[in-house]
Design a binder for this molecule. Structure first.
Ligand code: IDP
Ligand code: MG
Length: 148
């Protein structure tokens, strides 16, 4: 089973959209294996978004991610990485299709509510960046045979 890192960024927490967003992942059949509220430091934000260093929006993105608490989560399930990216929708909230998290709830490019790992390789790294091994709880849900 794949695991992926999901961050509900500070705008999602401030706009009280955490419950709405978590419900979508649960209903899809994914399993929550770790979560915590994190006030991200600049060092953590820089590591998380290292791939965007040097881009025009980089400093603003760091300011955004460190501006308030982020709800960090690890979700597990079949094809979890791509399933979560599909649920999230494309980066620009104005262009993300209805039915996706960003398409339904965001209209900004930067303040687009949520991060999801974009590959299995990055998911493994990002889960390690945000969580200690002991924080990941391995368990099975009683409806797993029905979910697949
Ligand atoms: P993703 O979150 O859909 O994977 P990325 O291209 O990896 O999108 O960008 C990381 C984050 O940087 C985005 O989620 C968004 O918050 C911000 N971002 C991306 N492109 C822009 C931009 O052109 N202007 C402002 N912020 C941006
Ligand atoms: Mg990305």
């Amino acid at each position: 089973m794949q695991q992926t890192l999901i961050l509900l960024k500070p705008d999602a927490v401030q706009r009280r959209l955490v419950g709405n967003i978590i419900e979508r992942f649960e209903k899809k059949g994914l399993r929550l294996v770790a979560t915590k509220l994190v006030q991200a430091s600049t060092a953590l934000a820089e590591k998380h978004y290292a791939v965007h260093a040097g881009k025009p929006f980089y400093q603003s993105l760091l300011d955004f991610l460190t501006s308030g608490p982020t709800l960090a989560m690890v979700w597990e399930g079949r094809e979890a990485v791509s399933v979560c990216r599909t649920l999230i929708g494309s980066t620009d909230g104005a262009k993300a299709p209805p039915g996706t998290i960003r398409g339904d709830l965001a209209i900004s490019v930067q303040n687009n509510l949520i991060h999801g790992s974009d590959s299995l390789e990055n998911a493994l790294q990002e889960v390690q960046l945000w969580f200690n091994k002991e924080e990941l709880i391995s368990f099975s849900c009683t409806d797993q045979n029905w979910i697949g």
